[in-house]
Design a protein around this ligand. Structure first.
Ligand SMILES: NCc1[nH]cc(CCC(=O)O)c1CC(=O)O
Length: 301
């Protein structure tokens, strides 16, 4: 192909991710340019995302650029990609995953346990809210929106004692030194797709599939497919207090852990796991479906 155009949001993290894919494609001998754009999700900072339209807000403008042929591919944090893409679009590949864990960032405290009684912790993710509440019911959880730099600035201004962010974003932006602790998945189960990048294309652009194939990480693609199947089976929205994390065990076994919490009710957390030999996308999705069934049997809805 003569020139591949990548549609990207203009936050520092989105640009890092787009430039990362640009450099991987250049290594394959392609010419690649970026088309930066601002999305509704970037503009709306005062309301919780789940209230104003969800994950789709970050991807709609990029999809319009793909649809109109102004761009060929869009690079997304897989976590922000809706479970079912709009008709006419496809997830062409999932790249090698960064650290999928959540991280605690705080000016003064080394861990969640070290936070004083009643400390203020910032997050707008329902998943993080229900998981934090199960770990430390005494903490005051306050909303926190904006891109990574905005969230860190709000922490530094003293509005919070600590905030929780994805380790992957901090590492990509060279902000690893801000991490006090990473939460092991046992303590704070990550979101489906966290830490992975996905490349979206127009479904009719089969010419791009062979070109993108060398960038894919087949193991991470299957693991995140299982995670995304849990979300899809549970209703597929990001306004759900749902966590799903899959990891490979010896013998090509994929183990998936999933958790669901009631955001309104008591700090009741439902947690399940399932494991199976997984060799293709169908088996990965079946494992995710099974975990979702177990969640519902255990009381999630
Ligand atoms: N919801 C915003 C978002 N989307 C992707 C990442 C981080 C990088 C990743 O998970 O790939 C973040 C920030 C965060 O949750 O702290």
């Amino acid at each position: 192909m003569s020139n591949i155009v990548i549609a990207t949001r203009e936050s520092r993290l989105a640009l890092w991710q787009a430039e990362h894919v640009q450099s991987l494609l250049r290594q394959q001998g392609h010419t690649v340019s970026l088309l930066g754009m601002t999305t509704r999700g970037d503009q709306i900072l005062d309301r919780s995302l789940s209230k104003v339209g969800g994950k789709g807000l970050f991807v709609k403008e990029l999809e319009l650029a793909l649809e109109e042929g102004r761009a060929d591919i869009a690079v997304h944090s897989l976590k922000d990609v809706p479970m079912d893409l709009p008709a006419g679009f496809a997830l062409a590949c999932v790249l090698e995953r960064e650290d999928p864990r959540d991280a605690l960032v705080s000016p003064r405290h080394d861990s969640l346990e070290a936070l004083p009684q009643g400390a203020v912790i910032g997050t707008s993710s329902l998943r993080r809210v229900v998981l934090l509440r199960a770990l430390r019911p005494d903490l005051r959880i306050e909303p926190l929106r904006g891109n990574l730099d905005t969230r860190l600035r709000k922490l530094d201004e003293g509005q919070y004692d600590a905030i929780v962010l994805a380790a992957a974003g901090l590492k990509r932006l060279g902000l690893e030194h801000r991490i006090r602790t990473v939460f092991e998945p046992e303590a704070m189960l990550p979101a489906a797709g966290q830490g992975a990048l996905g490349i979206e294309v127009r479904a009719d652009r089969s010419d791009l599939l062979a070109l993108l194939a060398p960038l894919a990480s087949p193991r991470d693609q299957l693991a995140t497919a299982a995670e995304r199947a849990v979300s899809r089976a549970m209703g597929g929205s990001c306004s759900m207090p749902l966590a799903a994390h899959a990891r490979w065990e010896p013998g090509d076994q994929l183990r998936i852990d999933a958790a669901w919490g009631d955001p309104e009710g008591a700090a009741q957390l439902v947690r399940v796991h399932a494991q199976a030999a997984v060799a293709d996308a169908t088996q990965a999705a079946a494992l995710g479906d099974q975990a979702a069934r177990q969640l519902r049997e255990a009381g999630a809805h």
